[in-house]
Design a protein around this ligand. Sequence first.
Ligand code: GDP
Length: 339
Amino acid sequence: MPTALITGITGQDGSYLTDFLLRQGYVVHGLVRRNSSISRSRLEPLFQDKQIYEQRLFLHYADLDDATTIRRILLKTMPDEMYHLAGQSHVGLSFEIPESTCQFTAMGTLKLLEIIRDLEKKPRFLHISSSEIFGRPEQWPQAEETPMQPVTPYGIAKAFATQMVRLYRDSFGCYACNAICYNHESPRRGESFVTRKISRAAAAISLGQQDKVALGSLDAKRDWGYAPEYVDAMWRMLQQPEPDDFVLATGETHQVQDFLEAAFQSVDLDWRDHVEQDSRYIRPSDVGHLIGDSNKALTKLNWRAETRLPELASIMVRSDLELMRGTNPAEIAPEEKNR
Ligand code: GDP
């Protein structure tokens, strides 16, 4: 059986990737932070499955800055593929904690590359990079070769990690790739991200549990896709004969306001009656017009993002409605709090 190691296995992408790899017949090992709560996590249904947990799915405690432990786990599990998803992924929060964002997102990736460089049996390595590396770009849409101009601590850390992955590929012969992912959302998205904040609010308001939701900039634009489709592309990337970087995006951009419109419409509400603007959610600096060109992924991986914004918003609201009514045991509410 092929074996994969995933950092950040308890996150949105980590949990979808785990589902995907298990379906493909993989043995999956996940790294979990020492202080990460794995009960009530997005992996809960898999822990309950006796055919899966500790049969084909194994968790190992290791912090990203603990190189010795990670090396030991790599030597023990000898994965064929390694998916590096971990890191402080909230852009807004990265302004408040820039040092630890860089420590985990930038230096954490370099440490993994250093460990892999020394291994005799090197796993194929995938780094989940981000559209944030393009920052305020001068060309639209952005593709793999678009110059990086990050404008947030998170984007700067990701740019460093992305460039390091290229260096280890070109100079040290590692099979190392960057998936340059545009925003991708789902019912498993952390509650502090704007799409999930909106889907939860639309669900709670329609159930009469709350009346208002406070948001920041409504005209901010993003290229929003559906997360389960993106983990499929991540896997396809590591099946290629040569390592390479790929932009993963829908190629469509929308304002926060468009997501609000679609989410509230799906429960027959008018968002204008329920949204308050709150300056606490306005960022010191935000990215410009980000829209991804995934033509290379279409040509080489035969992958394209299928789910578009109105459907995405309605999937998320429906799931939150079921969660709030207690009728959706498969999706456990993540523990993160609104920011
Ligand atoms: P990001 O692209 O990783 O930063 O994803 P987010 O979902 O955190 O933010 C997307 C955009 O929504 C950003 O431009 C935010 O400024 C904007 N936004 C507006 N209101 C909010 C809010 O209440 N919370 C968050 N997280 N973002 C908001």
